[in-house]
Design a protein around this ligand. Structure first.
Ligand code: FNR
Length: 190
């Protein structure tokens, strides 16, 4: 069995984040071929290209963590119809310095939850544009717009609704298939 390392970024910095609950569920429902680890960005300063000649330790650690994984999963809320500023800041760090973009050729997928009826759809479209520019091959389908209702996912990542649990398990199985397919034609060291 080939195991692929997947780093996941949770777009929310809130302690009670519903997207963190979703992340816990996805980790538990992932197939054994995916080794999941969180890539934290909470300690990054606000990016400026003034740092490009000398990244601070937190940004080096962040870039190293991305270099150590073969694929990236974004689990993000929608804030004001886009992704939270902290996540965009992290992506800007990852994309630089010029020529050292951490996302180039790295397969990715996007998912998110919100109490709203369209479950982060607008934020996800915005993120997809950013990832396209960053040259990350993205899983196009299945899309996953999860409408969060009270108790849907516990703090421990237990999903109370069987249909949602099956959907999330299938999403992770599809992500595994996508990663294996992309890496078979675009090996990380090519
Ligand atoms: C929101 N929320 C929200 N929801 C949504 O569906 N579309 C939106 O554009 C916004 N905008 C927005 C802006 C800001 C600044 C906040 C704090 C919240 C509500 C949001 O979905 C809800 O707070 C979720 O709990 C956010 O997910 P996390 O941070 O708990 O993972």
């Amino acid at each position: 069995m080939t195991v692929h390392k997947v780093g996941y970024l949770i777009g929310s910095l809130a302690k009670g984040s519903i997207n963190r609950k979703l992340a816990k569920a996805l980790v538990q429902l992932a197939p054994p071929e995916l080794e999941m680890s969180e890539v934290s960005f909470k300690d990054l300063p606000l990016y400026s290209y003034d740092y490009d000649t000398d990244f601070p330790p937190s940004a080096r650690a962040f870039k190293d963590a991305l270099a150590a994984v073969e694929a990236v999963l974004f689990i993000t809320p929608e804030y004001n119809r886009s992704i939270p500023g902290g996540l965009k800041n992290a992506i800007d760090w990852a994309s630089r310095p010029y020529g050292k973009n951490s996302f180039t050729r790295k397969p990715s997928a996007v998912i998110g939850t919100s109490p709203g009826a369209i479950g982060t759809a607008v934020a996800q479209q915005s993120l997809r544009s950013v990832l396209s520019f960053c040259n990350s091959p993205q899983m196009n389908a299945p899309e996953a717009y999860i409408r969060f209702t009270p108790g849907l996912i516990s703090d421990d990542g237990e999903v109370s609704n069987e249909e949602t649990e099956d959907f999330l398990r299938n999403y992770m199985t599809e992500f595994h298939t996508f990663i294996a397919r992309v890496l078979s034609v675009l090996p990380p060291d090519a």
